[in-house]
Write a protein that binds this ligand. Structure first.
Ligand code: 5GP
Ligand code: MN
Length: 329
């Protein structure tokens, strides 16, 4: 059920012990929005604790209060009167759903979140959940400290590709501007987030070498098997290396996480990839979406290429990829 921002604020005011969470494979918006909200709620005198059921890439560990995020252990319970789920629908929070039976309040900007069975405040025009949390903080009359602003700015910056993607609105930049007035150091955040270990840069070379181009250059994909994936802390940013190829509309990465479990990430310049992801059991936004395919890497390629072919009306074109090294533009 959809609710308003005012109703969302009222529900938070009425709660005392709030368990905050976000999606597995957390990104800057997931971590930034949960950390900012935890601080806002604590400053209102409430008990607030973040649980996330996954590891978080090292670059985000610099965010204020990061060390307080907990990962749920097997059979753990947490005493809460509200479960606040940010930046995802409740199906992607892993074991956190077993920590409490408290009612769920959901805040999200994903268009694919329909709010089924929970109370959802959704603004799909918002570039990031952090943009919504900024509005919520105003609704709650909360002070935006430099630490809170740093977390919110990080989520907005990462979900907009540092203010480059089409989700960047005038309001996004106004919000970022206000956050800088509250004490954010934009260069600190971008320098921390772009940092890569030597091993990760070596991994990027392997990833680039795995690239294949499909449908005459409209689609490009990277293929990372289990052995290659063991070399990386994260594949964040890899997709941008091929998204930029002239003529490519849909870029994707398929990464094998466990045997017969492949993660798919997609980016597009035009095609609605959230529809493709949705058709494969995932979701996301028009220009950034993903899903998990429970098959081998080879089969995942076949399934994904068939779904993309349908979306770009290329069903009659050959679906074999051409290695980037052999592709003539
Ligand atoms: P990424 O490629 O960065 O992992 O994800 C791109 C966008 O798609 C993010 O907003 C992310 O939340 C969403 N997304 C990725 N994978 C899934 C999935 O399996 N299910 C849903 N519902 N959304 C996903
Ligand atoms: Mn987000």
């Amino acid at each position: 059920m959809m609710i308003t921002l005012k109703e969302t604020a009222e529900k938070l005011k009425a709660a005392n012990k709030i368990l905050i969470t976000s999606h597995i494979q957390p990104d800057g918006d997931a971590i930034g929005s949960t950390l900012a909200t935890m601080q806002i709620l604590r400053n209102m005198g409430k008990t607030a604790q973040i649980f996330i059921d996954d590891t978080v890439r090292k670059n985000l560990h610099v965010l204020p209060h990061f060390e307080e995020i907990r990962r749920p252990s097997e059979d753990e319970r947490f005493d809460a009167d509200l479960l606040l789920i940010l930046d995802t629908s409740p199906d992607r929070i892993g074991k956190v759903s077993k920590l409490t039976d408290a009612p769920i309040l959901n805040i999200d900007h994903h268009v694919t979140n329909s709010g089924e069975g929970v109370e959802l405040y959704r603004e799909h025009e918002a570039a990031a959940t952090c943009e919504i949390i900024f509005k919520l903080a105003k609704e709650l009359d909360a002070e935006i400290t430099a630490d809170i602003a740093t977390c919110l700015y990080t989520g907005i910056a990462t979900d907009t590709g540092f203010f480059q993607f089409s989700n960047t609105r005038a309001e996004t930049l106004k919000t970022a501007g206000e956050l800088i007035s509250c004490g954010v150091k934009p260069n600190f955040i971008s320098e921390e987030l772009e940092k890569r270990s030597v091993d990760e840069v070596r991994g990027m070379i392997i990833a680039l070498n795995s690239t294949k181009v499909f449908f005459g250059g409209k689609v490009a994909g990277m293929f990372l098997n289990l052995a290659t994936m063991k070399k990386f802390d994260s594949t964040e940013g890899f997709i941008d290396l091929i998204r930029v190829i002239d003529g490519v509309d849909v870029a994707f990465i398929i990464s094998e996480r466990e045997e017969n479990i492949c993660r798919v990430s997609m980016r597009s310049k035009g095609v609605d990839v959230s529809k493709i992801a949705n058709s494969l059991g995932g979701g996301g936004h028009i220009r950034a979406a993903g899903c998990t395919l429970k098959t081998s890497l080879d089969d995942a390629q076949k399934i994904l290429i068939a779904a993309i072919a349908k979306a770009i009306n290329a069903e009659n074109l050959p679906c074999e990829g051409v290695a980037l090294a052999d592709f003539e533009q």
